[in-house]
Each structure stands twice: as C-alpha cells, then as structure tokens.
Design a protein around this ligand. Structure first.
Ligand SMILES: Cc1ncc(C[n+]2csc(CCOP(=O)(O)OP(=O)(O)O)c2C)c(N)n1
Length: 309
C-alpha cells in the first residue's frame, strides 16, 4: 500500500498558520541548534554535532501522534527528535556540554542520549534492529517504537534484516525516513538504486510518502496509518521528502551555493516569518531569549563528572 500526504496548495506562497504551540516548539529546536553552532564557533563546545535545521517540522508534526508509553529511537541528527518529545532543552544542552544536570551524566553527548523513552545512536543502521526488539516487547500493549533513519542509512544491510523481522513478527514499528537527498557529501541519486517505497514493498510493509511541510496537514494524513501500527499491529514506513538547510555537521557543506540556496528555499522559518510577521516575531524573540538564558545558565554549571564523584 502506497499513499502520499502532499500539500493541498502552494504552501510556499501561502502557508497554513501553524498552531502557536507547534511554532513555539519549531523555534525552540531552531534556536537550540543555532546556539550549538555558535558555542562551537566560540570554542565553548568541542567534539561534533549534527543539526536538523530545516527538518524540525518532522518530529514536531509527529509528536502528538505519539503516546507517552511509545519509544523513540533516534540517530546522529537527533536534537529535534528529542526536543519535540521532551521539553527539556537544559538537560540536553548540559548533556552536550558535559555539565551538571546532563540527561545521562554527560557521557552520551550529542549523539548518544538515553533518557526516559528516548534512545539515540550515531552509528548508522544500529537503531532499526534495536527498534524492532523494542517494538517486539511493546507488542500487545498498544504502544509502538518510532525510529528515525536518513536516506543514506538505507545503504546498511541491518535496515533490511530489521524490516524483514518487523514484518514477519508484525511488531508495532513506525519507521520515519528523513530523505533530505544527501548523506554527508553523497547525493542520494548517486548511491541509491530504485527507491524506498519499493524497498518497503519488497517486505510487504505499508508505506507513506510525505511531501508536505505543514505540521497539521502531516498529522491529519498520518493519524490513521500510525493508529494502524498499534492496532494491526505491524510496521509502517513513512518517508518525508525534506531538505537539510545546514551543513552535514558544522562546517562541512560540500554542496554548491545553488544547491544550498535551493534547500534554503524550503525553510519553514523564512516562510512563516514572511506570512505571519507579527505572531512570528513575538514567538521567535521568546524562543531566542529562552535558549540564550538556558545557554548562559548551563555554560556556568560545573562539569557533570563532578556528579559521579
Ligand atoms: C556505520 C556508520 N558509517 C558511517 C558513519 C558516518 N556518518 C555519519 S552520518 C552519515 C550520513 C548519514 O546520512 P543519512 O542517513 O542520509 O542521514 P542525514 O545525515 O542526511 O540526516 C555518515 C556516513 C556512521 N555514523 N556510522
């Protein structure tokens, strides 16, 4: 089964007004990650990080479709997945900075967070088999496991073993594919034969394609299929056609200026800023101030290792 959630009209010219709580969450994620990049620039942060700039709407759209008892398994680009689920930016920043109050003692950093029902990994292809195991445990409870993977990660064999078992065992697994058309520096078109829809079909797994970037439209289109993951139960692949507007990691964008500009043209931030200037400016300033306050407060904390003696 293949179906598509596509925009009803030209949303780049006239976007739908997102509910304020969604815009608030979108802006929190955006300013949180811009702050991370700034902290790297000023030398307050070291190591690495991957931002989801431009893709924030995906976890924000999915958030209300998930229940507290569901499990979310994330990847290297997971700050937005976490913040859409848990409003705990201070704990996440402390984790990334290795400061007191860190989500998991500062040993996980940006890519390896384990907190409540959220687990991320920087190892591509690792989370899908783990998610199948989690979903197997959850089967029969009405809860599901939701796992995020990029398009490039479909080059890992473990993805196919996991899909095979998920379908055979009929586990409640929601596979969210963030297809931003590039994996680090490799365009998807140069490394993927065929497409994700046909790969899902090969395992008899239902598939949905989402080209809309409007949170309410996405939710309306996905509510029934996600509910079916719980009630059937069984796996579902949802592929989002999206755009990474930032670099792969911090300064490593190998795309041409034209390609970067094309991706930026899909950014919800500029679209909403133009369409709803007053409401947007107010919420934008509020999110910026909140993140600035948290960054100052967390930066001043002692290292998290102190907590462990
Ligand atoms: C097993 C493994 N190989 C290589 C890497 C290095 N790496 C990190 S992210 C990435 C690209 C991932 O691309 P994709 O799955 O499309 O996700 P995106 O970064 O576009 O969100 C690579 C190659 C890794 N983390 N794990």
């Amino acid at each position: 089964m293949v179906s598509t959630v596509s925009p009803r009209h030209d949303l780049r010219r006239s976007p739908l007004a997102p509910p304020p709580e969604d815009l608030e969450r979108l802006l929190l994620i955006r300013h949180f990650e811009l702050t991370l990049l700034r902290l790297f620039e000023t030398g307050e942060l070291s190591g690495t990080t991957h931002t989801c700039l431009g893709q924030e709407y995906i976890p924000v759209a999915l958030a209300p479709l998930l229940r507290e008892e569901d499990f979310v398994l994330s990847n290297h680009r997971g700050h937005g997945h976490f913040l859409a689920r848990y409003d705990e930016p201070d704990g996440l920043l402390a984790e990334i900075m290795g400061r007191r109050g860190a989500l998991c003692a500062g040993v996980g950093g940006s890519q390896h967070v384990y907190h409540r029902r959220f687990l991320s990994t920087g190892v591509q292809g690792e989370s899908l088999p783990v998610a199948v195991g989690v979903a197997l445990k959850l089967a029969g409870t009405g809860a599901l496991a939701c796992v995020y993977v990029g398009d490039g990660t479909w080059g890992e064999g473990s993805v196919y073993e996991a899909l095979n078992m998920a379908r055979l065992w009929r586990v409640p697994l929601l596979v969210v594919v963030e297809n931003n058309g590039i994996a680090q520096s490799t365009p998807t078109s140069t490394q993927m034969a065929g497409n994700i829809a046909d790969r899902a079909a090969a395992f008899d797994v239902p598939y949905h394609r989402v080209t809309s970037t409007e949170v309410e439209e996405i939710r309306a289109g996905l509510a029934a299929p996600v509910e079916a993951v719980r009630s059937r139960p069984g796996p579902l692949v949802v592929e989002f056609v999206t755009h990474r507007i930032g670099p792969h990691s911090k300064g490593d964008d190998t795309r041409t200026p034209e390609e970067i500009a094309l991706a930026a043209g899909h950014d919800w931030y500029t679209r909403y800023a133009r369409a709803f200037p007053d409401a947007f400016a107010r919420l934008d300033a509020r999110a910026r101030e909140r993140v600035d306050r948290i960054a100052a407060e967390v930066t001043a904390r002692p290292p998290s290792v102190w907590e462990r003696g």
